[in-house]
Ligand binder design. Structure first.
Ligand SMILES: [Zn+2]
Length: 110
């Protein structure tokens, strides 16, 4: 277990205190609303620096969560929210690719 994983694990543990019966809550990095993890889309950054939507939610790497909502994606793009989450400069092309992917997924669910 890496330090990052450890920190995430601890954070997940802390936030679940008091509502043990519920699914884990995660914050959307677009609108900053706490939601059930199942309602959010995970964006994952792999060890080799690739960033993509993780539809299964089981991808290895550091994760960020987003509502399945294009408005949230656009907000993240505007504020460069992923740069902060992943502590790196995320190329604008990556944001665009994620938005396109999100567009497809959002269409599927509606
Ligand atoms: Zn959101």
């Amino acid at each position: 277990m890496t330090l990052t994983h450890m920190r995430e694990w601890l954070m997940a543990k802390t936030t679940s205190i008091g509502k043990t019966k519920h699914s884990p809550q995660r914050m959307c990095i677009g609108c900053r609303t706490m939601k059930d993890r199942k309602e959010l889309i995970r964006v994952v950054k792999t060890k080799d620096g690739g960033i993509f939507l993780d539809e299964s939610g089981n991808g290895q790497g550091r994760g960020a969560y987003l509502c399945c909502d294009l408005d949230c994606m656009k907000r993240v793009e505007k504020t460069r929210g992923l740069d902060r989450t992943f502590k790196m400069t995320v190329p604008i092309e990556v944001y665009e690719a994620l938005r396109n992917e999100m567009e497809e997924i959002a269409c599927k669910t509606k």
